[in-house]
Design a protein around this ligand. Structure first.
Ligand code: ADP
Ligand code: ZN
Length: 733
């Protein structure tokens, strides 16, 4: 008899542990197999963690343990091979440990649906097969002309798809005569369009130096900081080539693959069928096939979005994260992992080098590079030596800047758009993606409502008409006048791409406006065709969120504008300034990339805010120093670590009590360097009928606090019927 340890997930955090089962069968069962098991009279999926031979009888065991042990039958065993290799298993354990998350949840996040340890995975796609024919004997003696024709076709190609051979009658005759044979082969549902192979660019001096620095760096993690247009992609391609030549494999991560089809194109042009693509836009069947192609070693380079960090490549040499500052690398839901952190873990486990690329790296990454924790390479110039566009900040508080026709677009911007239309050039209007936050300011004097306690921006909540601080929980009643200039017409900001599109159509007759935002980008085909048409010149203006710009060269764009830079600033998060700076840098970097000079306009109510001033001059270093000071004063990363606990329950009182109980339990431990903020009511305080409260932990030293936290999460205090999820390194708050 064998004793089988099975990991199961039941409820959110409640039961995420190993249970013992007995097995009397003969069919192979090994760790990392999936099994169907019975738990609380429900059939659920489990993940085998250990298999041990057991000498005692089941009765003896049950007596010893004091409970009944259930049996796993042969038919309950799902896999024939372990689901993941040693390296990925170590990675999953590391991720579960760092993100304080149940291992089974991590496995679910890292595997494609079909392979996930979830019951629903059994209904997922299976391996698909197709019929092929191959040639056994080329001798044409005694064949009819039709048969000879087909035999030659098959012989020329050695093997072809059966359906491509032609007449089934002729084929059957050839099979009967022993000339050819049919066989089945696994079908790959996903086929990358074959791109024309492209010759690499001759690297510029700066690219060559960066390339050498990265290769020769003694550090495992290297930051490549290169201004937009400095040619980072070519460096990625060259490095990939180098690692492939050395017999290694490469993982290339991009923030959102449907927004960066060009990266896929570059890689498939350079490396052809060695490339596999992994992202959520693929159908489950395609994804499964690509996953298996990688696991079988048939692809050596994987290009993909966040979850591709778990791609089953073996012999990994290099992991690249392009645009490492982009927040979509962090998963919104449990286990809330960040692909950058996981990449670094994976690098440690596999010995692969990790390259983080960005024009505007996160403060955390830059600070680590400066401290020598990471290696550093930089590219300060655009490949084509074009200067960055001249950038103008437009003060939205100054009425003289407004065109009377428009609420959102100022005269200089509208004029620039019209001029571009006349010259056959294009304009790009960017709005912050997360523009749904509604902040409050005074349009006359520019006053922004900030928190009297902590200085964070206040957020307007429409359901109870209150202003709330998401940093410290301070609330106040929505005011009826500006405390600075007594203006009674306060402005709640938070409008999107659609309104801009509408306005342009109203104001400029005949204008052709394309719009891309999250509604459109959900459908990748639509998105691609809009971008293609825009590039072809079929539109005058592209309105969209920040990410549209990345990975695309729009040679005809000579004007770009951030429509309302303040949306970013009023976000209730410690990253508000960083996001705003990044958005402006993106906008400025997009204009005038080809042979024509560009111009950029930043519309803002805060023309003197450092994120806007340094954004406009593209002065990352100055921004970095200033923002580090702010973070230090307010005690935010990279000066402290953050962990966010989210409590949720259908009963609000229970939810609040659980949050306070947890807080008091942590306080009782008198932990060194721990600061507790909250419990706070999050912006979305009721989700799916459940009330939410959050508790923010700030700490200078992680280890001791994390182990206490884990202990508490496994104690009765965390088992009061209130779900607790943990978000390590949260991006908001
Ligand atoms: P980044 O990602 O750093 O913003 P890209 O990688 O998109 O920049 O490169 C910008 C442009 O420069 C692209 O059109 C690319 O094809 C071109 N480019 C890159 N390297 C070279 C080179 N060595 N010679 C000529 N053109 C190059
Ligand atoms: Zn506050």
């Amino acid at each position: 008899m064998k004793l089988i340890g099975v990991l199961i997930q039941y409820g959110a955090r409640a039961v995420a542990r190993t249970f013992s089962y007995v097995y009397y069968g003969r069919k192979k069962i090994e760790p990392r197999f999936r099994v169907k098991i019975n738990f609380n009279n429900k059939e659920i999926m489990g993940f085998v963690t250990d298999v041990t031979d057991e000498n005692r009888s089941q009765e003896e065991l049950e007596q010893e343990l004091g409970y009944q042990i259930k049996e796993i039958k042969e038919a309950d065993i799902i896999d024939e091979e372990p689901l993941i290799n040693d390296e990925l298993m170590s990675l999953a354990e590391k991720v579960a440990d760092y993100y304080i998350s149940p291992l089974i949840g991590v496995l679910q996040a890292m595997l494609p649906k079909t392979l996930s340890p979830k019951l629903s995975s059994l209904h997922g796609p299976k391996i698909a097969y197709e019929k092929w024919v191959k040639c056994l004997d080329k001798d044409e003696e005694g064949l009819t002309p039709k048969q000879i024709e087909m035999l030659r076709l098959i012989a020329d190609n050695e093997e072809i798809l059966k359906k491509e051979a032609g007449s089934p009658a002729v084929l059957n005759a050839l099979i009967e005569k022993g000339k050819v044979q049919t066989f089945s082969k696994e079908k790959n549902r996903f086929v990358l369009p074959i791109e024309e192979r492209e010759n690499p660019h001759e690297m510029s001096v700066e690219q060559r130096i960066a390339y050498d620095n990265i290769l020769n760096s003694p550090k495992n993690v290297v930051l490549l900081q290169g201004v937009t247009g400095s040619g980072k992609t070519e460096v990625y391609l060259r490095l990939s080539e180098k690692y492939l030549d050395d017999g290694k494999t490469v993982l290339m991560l991009v923030p959102e693959i449907n927004l960066t089809p060009q990266m896929v194109e570059y890689f498939s042009r350079r490396f052809g069928p060695k490339v596999a693509i992994l992202h959520s836009e693929l159908t489950p069947g395609e994804r499964y096939d690509e996953y298996r192609r990688i696991a079988q070693g048939k692809a050596q380079i994987v290009v993909g979005a966040r979850s591709a960090i778990f791609a089953p490549l073996t012999n990994l040499g290099l992991i690249i994260l392009d645009e490492e500052h982009v927040e979509s690398y962090k998963q919104d839901n449990a286990p809330h992992y960040h692909a950058r952190e996981v990449a670094i873990f994976r690098g440690e486990i596999s010995g692969a080098k990790v390259l983080l690329g960005s024009a505007t790296p996160t403060l955390e990454t830059k600070a680590r590079a400066l401290r020598g924790v990471y290696g550093y390479a930089e590219m300060k110039h655009r490949v084509n030596q074009r200067p960055l566009p001249q950038t103008n900040i437009i003060d939205l508080c100054n009425r003289a800047n407004y065109d009377k026709c428009s609420e959102k677009l100022t005269k200089p911007v509208l004029n620039a758009i019209k001029e571009r239309m006349e010259r056959g050039e294009q304009s790009l209007l960017l709005i912050n993606r997360r523009g749904y936050w509604t902040a409050v300011n005074c349009p006359r004097c520019g006053y922004i409502f900030t928190c009297p306690q902590c200085g964070g921006n206040l957020t307007y909540h429409s359901y109870d008409k209150m202003l709330k601080c998401h940093h410290c929980g301070e609330v106040s009643i929505y005011p009826n006048e500006c405390p600075q200039c007594k203006n009674t017409k306060l402005r709640r900001v938070g409008y999107g791409t659609e309104r801009i599109e509408e306005e342009l159509n109203d104001i400029i007759p005949g204008i052709r406006v394309a719009r891309i935002d999250s509604d459109v980008s959900q459908v990748s085909k639509k998105m691609e065709s809009i971008l293609k048409d825009f590039k072809k010149g079929e539109y005058d203006v592209l309105v969209g969120t920040q990410m549209i710009a990345k990975g695309h060269d729009f040679p005809k764009v000579t004007m770009s504008s951030v429509v309302m830079a303040d949306i970013g600033l009023s976000l209730p998060t410690y990253r508000a300034a960083e996001r705003t700076f990044g958005l402006i840098a993106q906008a400025v970097g997009r204009s005038g990339r080809a042979d024509k000079e560009g111009i950029a306009y930043i519309q803002t109510y805060n023309p003197n805010h450092y994120a806007i001033v340094f954004g406009a001059t593209q002065d990352y270093e100055k921004f970095f120093l200033r923002e580090m000071m702010e973070r230090k004063n307010a005690q935010y990363p990279p000066f402290v670590y953050l962990i966010l606990l989210e409590f949720s329950c259908a009963n609000e009182e229970k939810c609040v009590n659980a949050a306070y109980d947890f807080k008091f339990a942590l306080q009782d431990r008198k932990l060194d360097t721990l600061t507790l903020v909250g419990p706070l009511t999050p912006f979305y305080s009721i989700v799916g009928g459940k009330y939410k409260r959050v508790l923010l932990l700030k700490m200078k030293k992680r280890d001791e606090i994390v182990s206490v936290l884990k202990e508490l999460l496994n104690s009765p205090i965390a088992n009061s019927g209130v779900d607790i999820t943990v978000d390590v390194d949260p991006l908001d708050y």
